[in-house]
Design a protein around this ligand. Structure first.
Ligand SMILES: NC(=O)c1ccc[n+]([C@@H]2O[C@H](COP(=O)([O-])OP(=O)(O)OC[C@H]3O[C@@H](n4cnc5c(N)ncnc54)[C@H](OP(=O)(O)O)[C@@H]3O)[C@@H](O)[C@H]2O)c1
Length: 299
């Protein structure tokens, strides 16, 4: 099976390559410099040359704060390129899986967000990702949109790696404690995406298509997540770092972020029988990959 993936250096596309290789699936990643999603006319030739059975649209303009200053570029990549990929999938008569974000929600709901809740993004990034969802749905019914959140992994840039890097030179860090979300491990996203890709490639059932939420089980805050990262780092031989909880107001950023972006994964579990591991379990795996624990001298 040939699976075209957008992105060549990102967290999820790398995890897809690693797992796809293990499963014997042919993963063809496209990205810069050959294919620039901001130039939609560079996409078609690469997609057709790959002759894919399924497209996974993973690449995105993910710099949430920078997007506030570059809305047109973010829209071209997150909105228009997603629509172009869906148009090509429709022409090739193949399914498209597309990653979206918890940041399509405003964050003012009391409970967890499910797929029926109305999106109302509060940032340029969230608005452009919502545009991508809408452009895909307008092009083809043969789509699966998966909203994920707070992605981390041994690859690329993410919160876990930033905390570990800052912790090397600092004894204490201030971290926002009033934003609630679901940390999600890229290798777990890849596991779900490849299972879904293999099913939609052979099963035309419309009920397995549409929009789903895909996050690690459980929820936390950035500050509690940071504390868990440092606790795990201490277990692996690193020094402790104190986490001082602060409010969003004390850490102003160019982009607004939802206070609560916890997603409910029940629909994915009911339709696909897929549940991602609890974030604490995945965090342990990530730390095992990132921190080299010295092997004890057996003498
Ligand atoms: N990271 C998160 O916390 C998070 C949360 C919710 C949803 N998501 C969604 O999950 C998906 C995967 O995220 P991720 O964390 O794997 O992202 P990532 O690590 O930031 O990687 C983004 C990928 O997109 C590529 N890309 C960006 N602009 C491009 C362009 N103009 N042309 C071609 N490729 C381009 C990047 O390539 P370069 O190396 O060339 O830049 C990179 O390979 C995205 O759709 C994102 O919106 C992520």
């Amino acid at each position: 099976m040939r699976i075209l993936v957008t992105g060549k250096n990102g967290q999820v596309d790398t995890a897809l390559q690693v797992l796809g290789d293990q499963l014997g699936l042919e993963i063809i990643r496209i990205g810069r410099p050959e294919v620039d999603l901001a130039q939609t006319d560079t996409i078609e030739d690469a997609v057709r040359a790959a002759r894919p059975d399924v497209i996974i649209s993973s690449a995105a303009y993910t710099a949430v704060d920078k997007a506030e200053a570059e809305p047109e570029l973010a829209q071209a990549i997150n909105g228009d390129a997603a629509g172009e990929l869906a148009r090509l999938a429709k022409n090739l008569n193949i399914p498209i899986l597309h990653l979206s974000t918890d940041y399509v929600f405003a964050g003012d709901k009391d409970g967890v967000y499910d797929e029926n809740d109305a999106p109302a993004p509060v940032s340029v990034y969230g608005k452009t990702k919502l545009s991508g969802e809408q452009q895909i749905a307008a092009q083809t019914d043969n789509h699966v949109i998966l909203r994920t959140a707070w992605v981390y992994s041994p690859y690329g840039n993410n919160f876990v790696k930033t905390m570990l890097r800052l912790g090397e030179t600092r004894d204490a860090l201030s971290v926002v404690a009033d934003q609630h979300g679901c940390p999600t491990y890229a290798p777990e996203i890849a596991r779900a995406l490849l299972a879904i890709a293999q099913q939609v490639a052979i099963d035309l059932d419309p009920t397995i298509r549409g929009t789903f939420h895909l996050t690690g089980q459980g929820a936390t805050t950035w500050a509690a997540f940071a504390s868990a990262i440092f606790a795990g780092a201490v277990q692996r031989g690193r020094k402790d770092v104190q986490v001082n909880p602060i409010t969003t107001a004390e850490y102003p950023t160019p982009a607004s972020r939802p206070t609560n972006s916890r997603l409910n994964g029940d629909k994915l579990n009911a339709i696909y029988g897929l549940q991602l591991d609890p974030w604490e379990i995945s965090l342990a795996d990530c730390l095992d990959n990132l921190i080299n624990v010295p092997i004890k001298d057996p003498s």
